[in-house]
Design a binder for this molecule. Structure first.
Ligand code: SF4
Ligand code: SF4
Ligand code: FES
Length: 236
């Protein structure tokens, strides 16, 4: 099939963004990641005759395991390596960087705030995890978070420079909250309330967007239940 691709380009953090349009032939099973690799390997011009210089984008695993290739494809945050052209159901494809983070170049964004946010809520274990039948499935599921940022793209309350950390923080937090001994939860509970519970509008726009298939809504109720409600209703 012949597709028209509109890609948002930006030479550097300071440069003005612009769109470049090109035409490409591929089949429906081609992923957006393969498409970008093929375009970068070719010497082509865009529809106005300008050369298409190498498109900067990130990838590592190409198997939906690392989250590096998250970008906005026809308006939705998705993993390029997990998005087939046939699934898009259009022969016009618009590819943009995630909009909630500073652009480094083209489709590469600076997501370092995600790690900083996890540090800010004390999202780590200082000793061995408490593992039991009740928390094993939850901990495993939460540990699949790729830190890709797709859930933040659709969250109306998240901006990278604000104190509300959204799903990319409460999903990993749900694991740590379930694995910490009760007497050790104090710091993460305090920061959780400040950076997650108080800022979350419970709109659940983040539901059903996670490319790892994590049930984000369930993680939110799990972590709220441990961090906010049980804190007041159960004995430490
Ligand atoms: S919860 Fe899902 S969408 Fe959000 S950062 Fe983790 S893997 Fe990405
Ligand atoms: S429930 Fe709404 S405000 Fe809360 S993290 Fe999800 S999208 Fe953001
Ligand atoms: S390259 Fe790792 S998730 Fe796409």
């Amino acid at each position: 099939m012949r597709i028209t691709i509109k890609i948002k380009r930006q030479e550097s953090r300071e440069a003005e963004p612009y769109f470049q349009i090109l035409v490409w032939d591929c089949d429906e099973s081609t992923t957006v990641a393969t498409l970008l690799r093929e375009i970068n390997a070719a010497v082509i011009n865009d529809t106005s005759g300008e050369p298409v210089n190498e498109i900067a984008w990130e990838c590592s695993c190409l198997q939906k395991k690392c989250g590096a290739c998250a970008m906005v494809i026809n308006g939705l945050p998705r993993l390029a390596c997990d998005t087939k052209i046939g699934e898009i159901k259009s022969n016009r494809i618009i590819i943009e960087p995630l909009k909630k983070f500073p652009v480094v170049r083209d489709l590469i964004v600076d997501r370092s705030v995600l790690r900083e946010n996890l540090l800010a809520i004390h999202n780590w274990l200082e000793r061995e995890a408490v593992v039991n039948k009740k928390n094993t499935d939850l901990a495993y599921d939460a540990s699949r978070c790729l830190q890709c940022g797709c859930c933040l793209e659709v969250c109306p309350n998240f901006t990278a420079d604000d104190s509300f950390f959204s799903a990319a923080a409460f999903v990993p937090a749900s694991r740590i909250l379930s694995e910490l001994p009760k007497r050790k939860k104090y710091e993460i509970v305090t920061e959780y309330k400040k950076h997650i519970y108080d800022g979350c509008g419970k709109s659940l726009s983040c539901h059903n967007i996670c490319p790892a298939g994590i049930d984000v809504e369930r993680k939110l109720s799990n972590s709220n239940s441990v961090a906010i409600w049980k804190r007041f209703f159960s004995k430490e």
